[in-house]
Every structure is written in C-alpha cells, then in structure tokens.
Ligand binder design. Structure first.
Ligand SMILES: Cc1ncc(COP(=O)(O)O)c(C=O)c1O
Length: 290
C-alpha cells in the first residue's frame, strides 16, 4: 500500500482539508485512511526539516502538496523526491484564491528538478465556481497522462463539450470576477472569524487561502454530553439546521470545518445559530465542570 504524506503547507489545522478524501477518491479501493499521513510543512520562509525527517525515516512513494508552500520548500521537496524516487503531486486548485498571494512559479521549480515524477493538478471548481461542471486538469509525464485517460475514459467517460467551452471561457476571459470574488471571500472570512472568536472559548486560525474556517470547538465537547465533533455536526444539523463538516474527517478531532462559499446573509444567520447552540452547550456542561 502506498504511503502518502499530505503536506498542507501550514503549521496548524486551519487553511485546508481534504486529507481523508484523497485516498478514497483518488487512489481507489486499495488505499485506506491509514495510507495518508497528514504532514504540516513549515511555512514559506522556514526550512523543510520535518519533511526530510519523514523522508529519511521510511520513504513514502508519493507526496501530495495541497498548498503552495514557498519556493525553498518546494525546491527542497523536489530535490528530496529526485534523490529518493518519490512522486510529488501538487494540488493547485485554490491557486487563485490566496488572500495575500505571493508570486511563484512552482511548476517551473518542479519541472526543472523533478520533471519525470511531478503531477500538477488544477480545477475549474473553486476559482470559477464551477464545482458541478466537473472539470479539472493535470500536467504530468506522458505515460501517466495516458493512464489517467484510461481510468477517466472508463469511469466518468469525458468532460462534455459544453463544460469544455465554459472552462475555456473562464480561463481565457477576464479574471476580474475572480479578484472580486476573492475580495468578497476575504470579507466573509474576516466577518465569520470575528463573530466566532468573540466567544473566548473559540480559537480559530485565519486561513490564508480557500474558503473554509476551521475553528476549534473542543471547549464545547464533554464526555457526558456531545463527545466528538461528529456528534456536534449531527446535533447542529438536527437542532440548529446548520451543516458543518466534523474535524474527525480531517484527522483533527475537536475542530469543525465551516465553508463560507455562500452569501453573507446566510453566513450571519448560520453562525448565529451555531453560537447560540454552543452557548446552550456551555451552560449544560458547566455543572459537570464546576
Ligand atoms: C484541496 C482540494 N483539492 C481538490 C478538490 C477537488 O475539487 P474538484 O473535484 O471539484 O475539482 C477540492 C475540493 O474540495 C479541494 O478542497
């Protein structure tokens, strides 16, 4: 079974999270959750030491980089990959949704250092709000691309001509709407972050990209009440009518993922309901903690 460390490019849970989905959706039935190790690379300016420890311990066969983690880190990852025959897959699907974007040319670095073992993946889903259109792309060695085609052709057949035209228009047209949407996402991020952290029991990193917040709700869990964020997510759905994703799905118990890819009005209403629910939980848990 392949060992696949997932490098999120952040030091704490907070900016992204598809770790558990990756093996199930991308690598077929043989890969299980255990095949994935979540791995936080140091941020851009720091060194890639933790990665080297990992690589020199029990070398993985593949490394998935979910966020753009800076030139030095990516160069170090590419060199480690080249020296040890490790494949590197870079997921750039949020590339255009980074709030304080730093210019980079990660493909160049990877192609210069690890051309034969690099896969760059992109998608129309996020920047162009085309999730339902199911259009993504990869840049990869020829043989691998041929193998992707075999799998894709027999599973989802192909991307419809309508989607292809739409994706082409999105990519080659004006990118002003993407910038406008990024500004809107920034406003939403800052607003929900402020609403949530007004409660001193909630810690929440401000993400530097994408459109999810990942607050720590462990303060509201209790062995005699709601014990996990999976239970909390179910309770919020049943009682507050708000959908959130439990942290257990991302190997981060105690955390909850909130998507802000919806209107400010809905976010305000949804966050108020969550806070109200947590407030009630706090009151319920208080006697047991006293
Ligand atoms: C980091 C990351 N990569 C890839 C995807 C896949 O997006 P899609 O299959 O819609 O292109 C997602 C979707 O949530 C994501 O968060």
């Amino acid at each position: 079974m392949p060992r696949i460390p997932v490098c999120s490019g952040c030091t704490r849970p907070g900016s992204t999270g598809v770790y558990r989905d990756v093996p199930r959706r991308g690598l077929g039935a043989g890969a299980t959750d255990r095949a994935v190790e979540q791995f936080d690379a140091a941020p851009c300016e720091a060194t890639a030491d933790p990665l080297f420890q990992l690589v020199s311990g029990r070398p993985p066969e593949m490394l998935l980089v979910v966020a753009a983690s800076g030139h030095e880190n990516v160069a170090a990852i590419a060199d480690a990959g080249a020296a040890r025959g490790i494949w590197v897959i870079v997921d750039l699907c949020y590339e255009r949704l980074i709030y304080e974007a730093v210019p980079h040319n990660l493909p160049r670095i990877l192609f210069d250092r690890l051309r034969d073992r690099t896969v760059i993946a992109g998608s129309a889903s996020k920047a162009y709000a085309m999730t339902g259109w199911r259009c993504g792309w990869t840049i990869a060695p020829k043989e691998l691309t041929a193998a992707f085609n075999v799998i894709q052709g027999q599973s989802t057949s192909n991307i419809t001509s309508i989607t292809q035209k739409a994706a082409l228009a999105a990519i080659t047209g004006s990118q002003d709407p993407v910038t406008a949407m990024l500004d809107e996402y920034r406003r939403r991020r800052d607003s929900i972050h402020a609403w949530l952290t007004a409660n001193p029991g909630i810690q929440c990193v401000k993400p530097s990209g994408a459109f999810y917040l990942f607050p720590d709700f462990s303060e509201f869990l209790s062995p005699d009440g709601i014990r996990t964020t999976s239970e909390l997510a179910q309770a919020l759905l049943d009682d507050a009518r708000v959908a959130v994703t439990p942290g257990e799905a991302f190997d981060a118990p105690g955390f909850v993922r909130l998507s802000y890819a919806t209107s400010m009005a809905d976010l305000k209403r949804g966050t108020a309901k969550i806070l109200e629910y947590l407030h009630a939980l706090e009151a319920k848990n208080a006697p047991a903690r006293a």
